[in-house]
Design a protein around this ligand. Structure first.
Ligand code: FAD
Length: 481
């Protein structure tokens, strides 16, 4: 019997496979595609996931050759710009990376860690009993102790596990096309582009997106109330849609890729049904861009070490339940803010314009700006605790350790629990020392005497008293102070 099978080798499934391997499990990944995909979907990652990738030592690899990695000067909240210039300590980080490249690099990392990815394996049946999950496809049959559906918005795993996916489907659909263009500047000088501007343009019958994400490629999006076609989108479909919304033709270049989608806002009723879990788009669909991979890949980082701990006999059922308890409320918050973005985008006419203008004025003030930047970075903390760091990603402190100067990020590369003693004199049981890394360090303005950091980089406990109880609560075997 396999330990764990992941269905879906998208960014979330691959991230989960890496996390499981790093923390000692041996996952198998199944994907119905015959090879890694080349579809241009996400153009980047933003928020905590960028910090988490640094904590795994992956950020340098992923950001090599990227046009941008860092804190951006601004961010679009739907159609309303957030401008961070002049506001200190905004911690929202972004990494521009095309999804096929992200998947390729995560796939390489998974291969280095020994993960087996079985392409051309479409799951068609999933059943479970108290001891195992049985997964079947046309030419395979696998038993596993656990299965995770990372199989995207149409998740069959979710359906077969009997998990509902309530929410709403937008009345509008979007046609999206990437076109070659010889012009990298002056696109809007063409007479047929008169009256149009980069970004979204509202018209009487819909909206038109004009943008470019790389030199020589023009991205055109058309939103209108219509049922999406059942067949693959043709250039003629696309041109007709432009004409319907704009009232005239646009000078489109050669099509590189054409697609149609309908935006949905949905959240799985549960993230777990027995031995089956959901992560990524299989668990949530957000109606505005920019947050899906942040939330989805962080699901994977939350779940990976917990499943490994249970497989290795170091975790309990309640540890597995904490995955949904921690991650679902954050997806709910993300759904709230992306629904708001989508509505702001959708409101047309003078009323919509008035609301967008007013919000742009409010978002120029520091407090709302900080609130939104934090909401986009991470939609909240895990649980409630007295210490402000508990349930949050540990800050990337600069430490002086016996090995010299180190950042906290370096301590998290191996995805092991870390007891960071910043002067509290913490003591671990001898056996706990084998699987919790005790690091004694000094730093400027220590945020606590001691921090117990989970393998996913989140603070489990902070303070001076109660270490033993915290270790017992999160990990076995126990430790004492
Ligand atoms: C046009 C567009 C632009 C976007 N831009 C952004 C952006 O800028 N930032 C952002 O964060 N997000 C963006 N997104 C969203 C982002 O692409 C998704 O959130 C992301 O792909 C979800 O990853 P995932 O691994 O959960 O699922 P997916 O990427 O959908 O992967 C699911 C995998 O499961 C496999 N699979 C499905 N069913 C089965 C089965 N029965 N058996 C075996 N395998 C199966 C599929 O082949 C696929 O490989 C965008 C999406 C679109 C469409």
């Amino acid at each position: 019997m396999e330990e764990i099978v992941i269905i879906g080798a998208g960014p979330v499934g691959l991230m989960l496979a890496c996390e499981l391997s790093l923390t000692g499990a041996r996952p198998i990944v199944l994907d119905k595609r015959t090879e890694p995909g080349e579809l241009p979907r996400a153009n980047g990652l933003g928020g905590h996931i960028v910090e988490l990738l640094e904590y795994r030592g992956l950020l340098d690899r992923l950001s090599a050759g990227s046009p941008f990695c860092g804190t951006p000067p601004g961010f679009p909240f739907g159609p309303v710009p957030l401008r961070f210039a002049g506001v200190d300590d905004i911690e929202l980080r972004m990494l521009l990376i095309q999804q096929p490249r992200l998947e390729r690099l995560l796939g390489e990392r998974a291969a280095e860690l020994g993960v087996e990815i079985r392409w051309g394996h479409e799951l068609t049946s999933l059943t479970q009993d108290e001891t195992r999950v049985l997964l079947e496809g046309a030419d395979f049959r696998l038993g596993a102790r656990y299965a995770v559906g990372c199989d995207g918005g149409h998740s069959l795993v979710r359906e077969l596990a009997g998990i509902g996916f309530p929410g709403t489907t937008d009345k509008e659909m979007m046609w999206l096309g990437h076109f070659t263009t010889a012009r990298t500047t002056g696109v809007f000088d063409h007479p047929d582009m008169a009256g149009l501007q980069p970004g979204w343009n509202h018209t009487r019958t819909g909206r038109l997106l004009l943008t470019s994400l790389q030199p020589g490629v023009q991205v055109v999006g058309v939103r209108e109330e219509r049922t999406p076609p059942a067949e693959p989108v043709t250039l003629a479909d696309f041109q007709t849609a432009v004409r319907r919304v704009l009232g005239r033709d646009l000078p489109l270049g050669e099509p590189i890729w054409l697609s149609s989608t309908v935006t949905q806002a949905r959240l799985a009723e549960r993230y777990r049904a027995g031995r089956v879990f959901l992560a990524g788009d299989a668990a949530h669909l957000f109606p505005a861009g920019g947050s899906a991979l942040n939330v989805g890949m962080t699901d994977a980082i939350n779940l990976g070490w917990k499943l490994s701990a249970c497989l290795g006999g170091r975790g309990s059922e309640s540890l597995l339940d904490s995955y949904e308890e921690e991650r679902r409320p954050l997806a709910e918050r993300t759904l709230m803010q992306t629904r708001a973005q989508a509505l702001l985008d959708r409101l047309s006419g003078e009323d919509g314009e008035a609301l967008r203008t007013l919000l742009a004025e409010i978002f120029a003030y520091e407090q709302p700006l900080r609130h939104l930047a934090e909401l986009l970075r991470s939609p909240g903390r895990y649980g409630e605790a007295d210490h402000p760091l508990v349930g949050r990603l540990v800050p990337n402190l600069t430490l002086t350790t016996e090995n010299g100067e180190q950042r906290v990020a370096e301590l998290m590369h191996r995805a092991r629990p870390v007891l960071l003693d910043l002067g509290g004199g913490a003591v671990l049981d001898d056996d706990a020392g084998d699987w919790i890394d005790l690091v004694r360090a000094e730093c400027d303005n220590p945020p606590a005497d001691t921090l117990l950091i989970r393998p996913d980089g989140y603070v489990a406990w902070a303070g001076a008293e109660g270490l033993s109880a915290a270790v017992n609560a999160w990990f076995t075997p126990p430790a004492r102070r």
